[in-house]
Design a protein around this ligand. Structure first.
Ligand code: 13P
Length: 253
């Protein structure tokens, strides 16, 4: 049985000292819940500190990064390599978040190279996809998501895909307070699973974990998680608030 996965994307928030405080406040309220896998994705500057807290506190919290560059090392000013993350016990890496794609012009091709690099270094990619409001209104949601998923997963082995995570995050729902209805989230997440089955077989599709992201809050998490193909959340704003994040992670209690 797959455990639901709740991943907090802290984006460009929290000094390393604040990130340490946050994880230490969270843990006592999450420790009794073994039914959910919790991951936090602090900014790069806080990864080492949070890794230290998780280790010292024996916390069952996974560490994730928000991005990486695919090269091992070299003249890539400002970038962070897969071995640098793996050395900090980073287990998950968010790849192709819509903010990377829209603000930093990251392409499908770059996302695919990053997925490859994360897998090659023993980390689990959380590959993001999702449509803009304009695309939804034009009725091209499925087409857009399909393109992103095809590009991101094309060259991967079926066993690798089976261990991966995909997050469906409609851009119009991110940070806006507008959540996709559970039915809309299900429709796209179900479509992703069907597509992955076509690409990599039924086993890979069944193993893949699919998350929904976009204004996930304590008051909508249960109805989203009731959908068969929504297996967790990728949570931005609410993962920065102790009470909200605890309520989301403990949705099953
Ligand atoms: P919000 O939860 O703030 O809408 O952000 C979602 C997101 O982008 C997570 O990656």
């Amino acid at each position: 049985m797959k455990k639901p996965l709740m991943a907090g994307n802290w984006k460009m928030n929290k000094l390393h000292t604040e990130a340490k405080d946050l994880v230490e406040q969270l843990w006592p309220q999450l420790a009794d819940n073994e039914g959910v896998e919790v991951v936090v994705c602090p900014p790069f500057t806080a990864l080492a500190t949070v890794a230290g807290s998780i280790d010292a506190g024996g916390m069952r919290i996974g560490l994730g990064a928000q991005n990486l560059y695919f090269a091992e090392s070299g003249a890539y000013t400002g970038e962070i390599s897969p071995p640098m993350l793996a050395a900090l016990d980073v287990k998950y890496v968010i790849i192709g978040h819509s903010e990377r794609r829209t603000i930093f012009a990251e392409s499908d091709e770059l996302a695919a190279r990053k997925v490859r690099a994360a897998l090659d270094h023993g980390m689990t990619p959380i590959l993001c996809c999702g449509e803009s409001l304009e695309e939804r209104e034009q009725g091209v949601t499925a087409k857009k998501v399909e393109r992103q998923i095809r590009a991101g997963l094309e060259g991967m082995a079926a066993e690798e895909v089976a261990g991966m995570v995909v997050a469906y995050e409609p851009i119009w729902a991110i940070g806006t307070g507008k959540t996709a209805t559970p039915e809309d989230a299900q429709e796209v997440c179900g479509h992703i699973r069907t597509l992955v089955a076509e690409m990599h077989g039924a086993e890979a599709a069944a193993g893949l974990r699919i998350l929904y992201g976009g204004s996930v809050k304590p008051d909508n998490i249960r109805e989203l998680m009731a959908m068969p193909d929504v297996e967790g959340g990728l949570v931005g704003g609410a993962s920065l608030q102790v009470d909200d994040w605890v309520a989301i992670c403990n949705f099953n209690l």
